[in-house]
Design a protein. Structure first.
Lengths: 489, 491
């Protein structure tokens, strides 16, 4: 659906023909494969009270146990209306989201109308396919409206970025079976079992499609057993490989010992007060970690984070750690990632904001930065630095989020500030701004006759007359047609 | 006047093959010279070697005292300077007498006095507003013909060459397609300035005013050129922001510039304070846009400090501090050597570097950032750009304080595992903060520790075995064809 190019139409038709000629199995699978049509609406982070145009897109899904339809999160995210359709049924049925997991790009749907499930087959989960073994993709990619079946082999198994939420990596399987826009969410089958969910392609190359493998799907299904999706936990530290022998000797490691170095303990994460910078993690749950941060996996090696990805939040992890020359065992429950600036694409959420005297205050987030075209190069430099380095450079540890002035809606009350934009707020009326809520609190207590807003990088304050603000807010709400001047949650 | 020029240009375009309206000019042939510049840039990716060689033909004019005036930005990183005159093919070797990037001008000397035989110095335009006047720009087009281009003065203002030296600059609209490299510009046959840049899209020629030239000549009259005084505060023009003015107690009618930061190395650092509002300089009031009235019209207040002032001069100001007007007075300092923490001017000198165990350390400079490509402000590492943007705050750490970076690693067994590290800011070495490369080299060379631990900003640490790194270092340098493990002098 997303980073997939679409020039493989002839190939697609060809493999369809082969599949129809061939075995019986595909028929069963197509009874468990559905087309999903969803309409979604996204907020505009630039004018945070507004929504963008609704968009409709097509994806695929697989019927699994308990009448649930497994698909990608990105196929149904921000949906206003979801319809599903079976290959042999002319009817479109309305579906609802039961659970949605943006980090691993999976979702479960259900159709209320029981007639939908007539003559369908529930597909079962298989395992991780062997390299070079054949897999078959079912779905509704672009280039036609009926089901499309393509075949390929398992080409690569490794940890890679899941681009739906972005900045997160999990185990993924690469295949050369054609995966095109519309295939997203469809089952990838081997021996009549699901071995993956097709979910993303690669814009820069042909014949590369990716699927979400069974361990990640099972993690999702286990997570929701308590009726809620919590997501993947985090080790709570940043680690560096230890490939340099001098570094290992400096740390007091014997030449036959291996592990990764804890370079930073993330404040607020699960490892706080348990691990410290300079510790060497030698094994995770009794699996040896090599100096290049990998563990043994099937016939090769993968990044050790796979072991953590198998865990649920609050589940315990057991580490063997070399600390100051001594090997110790450490257990602690894993927590979610405690971010102060969201590094991720966000869904099902409306932007939080607070407008005072025409000044739009918002938390800094990736969604906000994405309002710039080619944002990583073109967005404000200070914002990009804060965004990328606030954890590693420990910027303003007291701030729980970074509140920015997005822009100023011109009004007579702020006429001298109307060009101010993309500034990071330090304090308002001498109250340090650590959350968006602080903004709403601080403007209730003007400093004498003024509101004094201090921003990072200059000592020149932004000043509004406190007595003019209430009137201005009413005027701005009316003139700019803003339903509400704040959304704090 | 405009219409007249327009008509002429149309006619000439009909007859002349080249765009614009060059015409033969006789009277200036003995004032304008061609300067051949051979330059070699430095290579920040491989700081131990120089980069590509370029040759350019630029212009200059003769001034009093057998000197040739041109734009310093046209002779950056020069290796060889030669001059030619009057369409003759003979090249005379020349040397740089003064090259000042802070005011954008350079003076060139020619050993062989016979060069100046038959050449005449230009005379300078009087001080007055000349906006709207038409001007003539000259350059030797080929060996034999001096081309004349018409231009019209559209704006005179204070513009800035970093670090914050205010330069009086004229902007001309012109038909030139190529230029901005030292061409003299004349109004009424008198030198109005020296071209230092051309925006070919907007057809704007940027010209350093002859006032700056005269300032330079007077500065150098005693044999010692000290350069433009260094006034390096951070300030905000109050504009007509009534709220801000009320807050700071600025009376209506008073203008002013709000001082937001005074780096310790700036002139006036001992008397000016954050939150001062500069109301007047040398008795001339500063309006709310930061301007004063000058013979050229309104000019930005830096003109009062840098246009006709010299290092060692006193400057008096009236500032509003805690809502009270107080007079202050301070001496103007020179621009410190290699200013500043992130040196802005990185021409001519080679990048300072130090290689240890294949790790290439450099000091962050504008030149280093520029090596990320034309759009370096978008492409360069975000943290390095933040340091660049925070230069005035960083400069409080002292004049010799630099941002030491690991620019790259030259892959070798000794630095296995570190080979992808690049553009990291060094925070500490063996637990000690490091001011600059000199200090870094000293600490490593005199260390009695077995390991050298480099801690970088952003929680990255690199450790090398000191003895091993020294032992294998020589071999590594040979493999990568590097003559010297360091260039601390920056020559």
């Amino acid at each position: 659906m997303r980073i997939i190019n679409c020039i493989l139409v002839p190939v697609l038709l060809l493999s369809l023909a082969v599949a129809v000629d061939g075995k019986k199995a595909p028929l069963d699978v197509s009874r468990g494969t559905v087309k999903i049509i969803r309409t979604a609406i996204r907020p505009d982070y630039n004018l945070p009270w507004k929504m963008k145009e609704p968009e409709t897109a097509v994806g695929s899904g697989a019927i699994i146990h308990d009448n649930m339809i497994l698909t990608n999160a990105h196929v149904v995210s921000d949906a206003t209306y979801i319809q599903v359709k079976k290959e042999i049924d002319p009817e479109m049925y309305e579906a609802e989201i039961l659970f949605i997991a943006h980090d691993c790009d999976l979702a479960l749907l259900r159709v209320k109308d029981h007639r939908f499930y007539d003559n369908t087959a529930a597909l079962e989960l298989g395992d991780i396919p062997e390299l070079r073994s054949k897999v078959t993709t079912y779905g509704y990619p672009m280039g036609g409206s009926r089901i499309s079946i393509t075949e390929g082999v398992t080409s690569r198994i490794e940890i890679g970025e899941y681009s739906h939420m972005g900045s997160v990596s999990f185990l993924m399987i690469q295949t050369d079976a054609a995966i095109n826009p519309g295939n997203s969410g469809g089952p990838v089958m081997q021996n009549n079992r699901i071995v993956g969910v097709a979910f993303q392609g690669n814009a820069n190359s042909d014949n590369i499609g990716y699927m979400i493998p069974v361990p990640i799907i099972r993690h999702f299904l286990t997570d929701i057993k308590d009726g809620r999706y919590d997501g993947f936990p985090m080790l709570g530290v940043f680690t560096d490989p230890l490939e340099n022998i001098s570094y290992r000797r400096y740390l007091g490691m014997k030449d036959d010992q291996s592990g990764v170095l804890v370079s930073m303990v993330i404040p607020g994460g699960g490892a706080e007060k348990v691990l410290s910078a300079g510790d060497v993690i030698m094994s995770v749950d009794s699996v040896l970690v090599a100096n290049d941060s990998t563990i043994r996996f099937m016939q090769g090696r993968i990044y050790y984070s796979y072991l953590i990805d198998l865990k649920q939040i609050n589940e315990s992890i057991s580490l063997t750690v070399l600390r100051k020359g001594k090997v110790i065992r450490i257990n602690y429950p894993l927590k979610a990632y405690p971010y102060r600036i969201s590094w991720f694409n966000e869904y099902e959420k409306l932007p939080r904001y607070c407008i005072v005297g025409g000044i739009i205050f918002q938390p800094l987030s990736k969604e906000f930065l994405k309002t710039w075209n080619k944002w990583w190069h073109t967005a404000d430099r200070r914002l990009l630095y804060y965004y990328s380095c606030h954890i590693s450079d420990n910027l303003f540890p007291e701030r729980r989020e970074f509140i920015i002035i997005n822009r100023v809606l011109p009004d007579q009350a702020n006429t001298y500030l109307s060009d101010v934009h993309d500034r990071i707020v330090d304090s308002i009326n001498n109250i340090k701004i650590k959350t968006l809520r602080d903004v709403a609190e601080a403007v209730r207590k003007p400093a004498g006759p003024y509101h004094i807003i201090r921003i990072d990088g200059t000592s020149c304050p932004l000043i509004l007359k406190a007595s003019e603000i209430d009137e201005a807010d009413l005027r701005i709400k009316d003139k700019y047609d803003i339903p509400s001047l704040m959304r704090l949650q | 006047m405009m219409r007249y020029i327009f008509n002429i240009s149309v006619l000439i375009i009909l007859f002349a093959p080249c765009p614009g309206f060059p015409a033969e000019a006789q009277s200036f042939e003995d004032r304008i010279v061609t300067i051949l510049v051979t330059s070699q840039k430095h290579d920040y990716a491989s700081p131990w070697q120089k980069g590509g060689i370029t040759r350019a033909s630029i212009s200059g004019c003769v001034i009093e005292g057998n000197r040739i005036l041109t734009s310093s930005y046209s002779i950056t990183d020069h290796v060889l300077i030669e001059v030619m005159k009057k369409g003759e093919s003979r090249k005379y070797a020349a040397t740089i007498a003064i090259k000042d990037y802070h005011c954008g001008l350079a003076l060139i000397k020619v050993e062989d006095d016979s060069f100046f035989k038959g050449l005449k110095p230009v005379s300078f335009s009087p001080v007055s507003t000349m906006v709207g006047r038409s001007a003539k720009v000259y350059k030797w087009d080929t060996l034999s013909s001096l081309k004349e281009y018409l231009a019209e003065l559209t704006k005179t203002s204070i513009r800035f060459y970093e670090p914050n030296c205010g330069i009086l600059m004229h902007q001309f609209s012109t038909s030139m397609n190529e230029g901005g490299n030292g061409e003299p510009v004349f109004i009424d046959n008198k030198l109005a300035g020296i071209a230092t840049g051309l925006n070919a899209e907007t057809k704007t020629l940027y010209v350093i005013s002859s006032d700056m030239v005269q300032r330079m000549v007077r500065d150098a009259a005693d044999g010692i050129y000290e350069g433009i005084p260094f006034f390096w505060i951070e300030g905000v023009d109050l504009h007509s922001d009534v709220n801000l003015r009320e807050y700071y107690g600025v009376a209506p009618g008073n203008g002013g510039v709000l001082v937001t930061h005074v780096p310790g190395i700036s002139s006036g650092n001992d008397v000016l304070k954050k939150d001062d509002i500069i109301l007047a300089i040398e008795g001339r009031s500063i309006d709310d846009m930061g301007n004063y009235d000058s013979p050229y019209g309104k000019l930005y207040f830096y003109g009062l400090i840098q246009l006709d002032r010299y290092v060692g001069d006193d400057v008096s100001m009236t500032v509003l501090r805690n809502k009270k007007k107080i007079p202050v007075r301070f001496k103007l300092k020179a621009v410190p050597d290699g200013c500043c923490t992130v040196p802005i001017i990185s021409f001519d000198a080679g990048p300072r570097y130090y290689i240890f165990g294949g790790l290439v350390f450099q000091e962050l400079t504008t030149g280093y950032l520029e090596s990320f490509g034309e759009d370096w402000k978008q492409k360069a590492d975000k943290r390095l750009l933040y340091y660049y943007d925070s230069i005035k705050l960083l400069s409080d750490k002292g004049p010799d304080s630099r941002v030491v970076i690991l620019s790259r690693a030259l892959p070798d067994p000794i630095n296995k595992g570190y080979q992808y590290q690049k553009d990291l800011v060094l925070a500490k070495i063996n637990g000690l903060p490091v001011k600059n490369l000199t200090e870094l080299k000293g600490i490593i060379e005199h260390s009695g520790d077995r390991f050298i631990v480099f801690e970088f900003v952003g929680e990255t640490t690199v450790v090398l075995d000191r003895e091993l790194a020294i032992r294998q270092g020589k071999n590594l340098l040979m493999k990568y064809n590097i003559n010297s493990p360091d260039n601390i002098s920056g020559k």
